[in-house]
Design a protein around this ligand. Structure first.
Ligand code: SAH
Length: 468
């Protein structure tokens, strides 16, 4: 592929991420793990156009004889999107020529991240029921289509302010027989982004997460010069129309609007998320989150093709925290912006050392503490603990000794999630089998106290160090 075309194909994405299994404490209403793995790895490798042409005659018709796809040709770009949606998701799509044609791998990337964000920030098994709000769904309605296809228990509210996009979005929902799971809702530019207050539509009762691919550009000139640098014909399916791509203040203004609304709605929605087109916007917005006392947030980076990057940011007022790999960007330069550490390795077992011995010790240590609850899952080699305070520090243990000598202390046997008011910290201690070393890691699952989590990590490191 020529570098010029590579540049235009700016939405090929990185491989998906590893999913963390949740305790199997409930009956599974979720997706089969194999289905999730299938979707996660769909676009790990560069697209094979010849193979796509063999599978789809409509795609063969737009592919050049030399096996290249002309990314400057809107018809070819649109057919690629239709072909991928059809072959990989069994979805149909109709689009006008003058609205954005979404590149499937990039949009899929956001859905993959959201699935893990929702899954890992709960004690329920992966695939819990959730209602998403897609703000600015576009003519394609792509996010709700991709989300409902992969998650049988998800529903969506899809909004837009553009009449033409709304009309096509409704058609695309009907074309895929998803009317009972996706509501398309027309909005005015001055309306709130999140249609919860005011009850404009009685069908929108509850939203678990929001998502948004905001207009990135601050002006039409800004958009046109970017399109020119990418050799795209302006105002076509490749670039999108100004109504889709431009808003005053660009993405920072749009996402700040979501932040303002979230400060009112707070925990009514568990996750507020948005895609971002500029790294500097991520920093600006994280500063705004911190200024508003929001400590539970997640950042991810979508790497597309050689150069183009996109980011997604999510924040929550609730205590449930996402997994480390979902919330923190690994590449250098992101440390300052990233949320606090969510996983601490507390033991690395040399090959030949007994794993059973380590498991016994972990359980002994945890049961010796006055936790609200501690449940060990033998199959998953993982325990979940919840505590109302730091019960492992020297001061706390001395206090316990004093109390025991004078009174009878009662241990609660509360199940995870049953005592949200009293729990200051929820965590997993997981034995993670690897070659050649097996590690024990403590994962932060619940609460707002980073210092307490780090203290627990330090305590466990000390208690397990002779097992190395
Ligand atoms: N989600 C689609 C389209 C993104 S383009 C995709 O990813 O391909 C941004 C969309 O946001 C456009 O369709 C635009 O009409 C819509 N939009 C702009 N301002 C909006 C607002 N205030 N409320 C809802 N949608 C808005």
């Amino acid at each position: 592929m020529s570098s010029k075309k590579r540049k235009v194909l700016d939405d090929l994405e990185q491989p998906g991420r590893k999913s963390q299994a949740a305790p199997a404490s409930q009956q599974s209403l979720n997706v089969a793990a194999s289905d999730d793995a299938h979707f996660r790895h769909l676009y790990d490798r560069e697209l094979d156009f010849k193979q796509l042409a063999e599978k789809d005659v409509d795609f063969a018709a737009v592919l050049q004889e030399n096996g290249h796809l002309d990314f400057t040709e809107p018809k070819a770009v649109m057919q690629l999107t239709k072909t991928l949606l059809s072959l990989d998701f069994n979805l149909k799509l109709e689009l006008p020529d003058d609205r954005l044609c979404p590149p499937v791998p990039n949009r899929h990337n956001y859905i993959l991240w959201l699935k893990e964000l929702v899954d890992t920030s709960s004690y329920e098994p992966p695939g819990r029921p959730a209602c998403g709000l897609d703000i600015g769904t576009g003519a394609s309605c792509i996010y709700p289509l991709l989300g409902t296809t992969q998650r049988p228990s998800w529903r969506f509210v899809a909004t837009d302010i553009d009449e033409k996009s709304l009309q096509y979005a409704r058609e695309n929902v009907a074309l895929n027989h998803l009317e009972d799971r996706i509501i398309v809702l027309g909005r005015q530019p001055e309306d709130t982004l999140i249609p919860l207050r005011g009850r404009e539509n009685e069908k929108v009762i509850h939203i678990d997460f929001t998502m948004m691919n905001p207009p990135f550009y601050e002006s039409e000139d800004d958009m046109l010069s970017s399109a020119q640098s990418k050799v795209r014909p302006p105002h076509s399916a490749c670039t999108g129309a100004p109504v889709e791509m431009v808003c005053e203040g660009g993405e920072i203004a749009h996402i700040s609007r979501m932040l303002e609304e979230s400060l009112v709605l707070k925990e009514e929605v568990q996750w507020y998320t948005s895609m971002l087109g500029k790294a500097s916007s991520v920093e600006t917005l994280v500063d705004k989150l911190k200024a508003n006392g929001i400590d539970n947030y997640a950042i991810t980076e979508f790497i597309q093709g050689n150069k183009t990057r996109r980011w997604a940011l999510g924040w929550s007022f609730g205590p449930m925290r996402p997994a480390e790999h979902v919330a923190r960007v690994k590449t250098s330069g992101w440390k300052k912006v990233s949320p606090p550490v969510l996983a601490i390795e507390v033991l690395s077992l040399h090959p030949g050392r007994s794993i059973d011995h380590a498991i016994t010790r972990i359980n002994e240590v945890m049961r010796s503490l006055e936790l609200l609850s501690w449940n060990w899952d033998t199959d998953a080699r993982k325990g979940t603990g919840r505590t109302r305070e730091n019960v492992w520090s020297r001061a706390s243990r001395r206090k316990k000794m004093r109390d025991q000598s004078t009174s009878f202390s009662v241990l609660s046997s509360a199940a995870p999630g049953s005592d949200p008011v009293q729990c200051r910290l929820g965590f997993d201690v997981a034995v993670e089998m690897g070659v050649p070393t097996t590690t024990v890691t403590v994962h932060w699952r619940e609460g707002h106290d980073a210092v307490m989590f780090e203290s627990l990590g330090g305590f466990l490191q000390g208690k397990l160090k002779d097992l190395r």
